[in-house]
Design a binder for this molecule. Sequence first.
Ligand code: ADP
Ligand code: MG
Ligand code: MG
Length: 209
Amino acid sequence: MPLTPAQFPALIAAISATISQHADSITELDQAIGDGDHVFNLQRGIDALQSHCAEIAALDWPAAWQKIGMTVMAAIGGASGSLYATLFIGLHKNTKDKPADLRTFAEALPLAVEAVKQRGKADVGEKTLLDVWVPVAKTLRRSVAEGKDLNAILDAVCAEAEAGVESTRDMLATKGRASFLGERSKGHIDAGAKTAQLMIAAIARQIRS
Ligand code: ADP
Ligand code: MG
Ligand code: MG
C-alpha cells in the first residue's frame, strides 16, 4: 500500500489546506445551487479528524477507515456527512481481513461508492459528488488491474476526477438541495463534486511525494 495510516496526519493536513485554499469559490458554488454550507460542513469533519489524528495513525487501514467514518458521521450535519461516512464505512467493510495493498483498496473503493449511491438514492448524471467518485473508483480499479505504475494510476484517476467535475456543469440536479432549483441548477458545477476532486488531487500529490 503506497500510503499507511501513519501518514494520515499529513494527508488530512493536505486535504484541509486544499479546502481552505478553495473555500471562497466552493462556497460560491454551494450558494449558487445549494445552501452555502458545504465548506463549513467539510471543515467540521476535517477538524474532528485532526483531533483524532494520533489515534487513527496508530491503526491498520480497516480499523482506521472505521474510525474515520464514525468520526465524520458524528461531526458533519449536511448531506455530505452521511455520504462520506458511508464511503469510509464501506472501505472498512471491504478491506477488512484482506491484504493491506493497493489492489485491495482499488477493489474496495467501487463497493464503497456503491454503498454511497444506495445511501443517497442517486447515481452518476444527477450533479453530485458521485459524478466524481463513480468514474474515479472505476478508473482506479481498472488501472490497478492493468498493472500500471503508481504515477500512471494517479494521473488517470486525477484526470477522471477533473472530467467528472466538469461533467456536472450542464447537468440538471435531481438529488440534494440543488434539485429544488430545477432547470436553474444548470450552468454551475456541483460543489460536492468539486471538493471530491480537490481532495483526490491532494491525496495523489501526497502519494507521489
Ligand atoms: P447539504 O446539501 O445538506 O447542505 P453539503 O452542502 O455539505 O450538504 O453537501 C452538498 C453536496 O452533497 C452536493 O453538492 C452534492 O454533491 C452532494 N449530495 C447531495 N445530495 C446527494 C445525494 N443524494 N447523493 C449523492 N450526493 C449528494
Ligand atoms: Mg450545503
Ligand atoms: Mg446544509
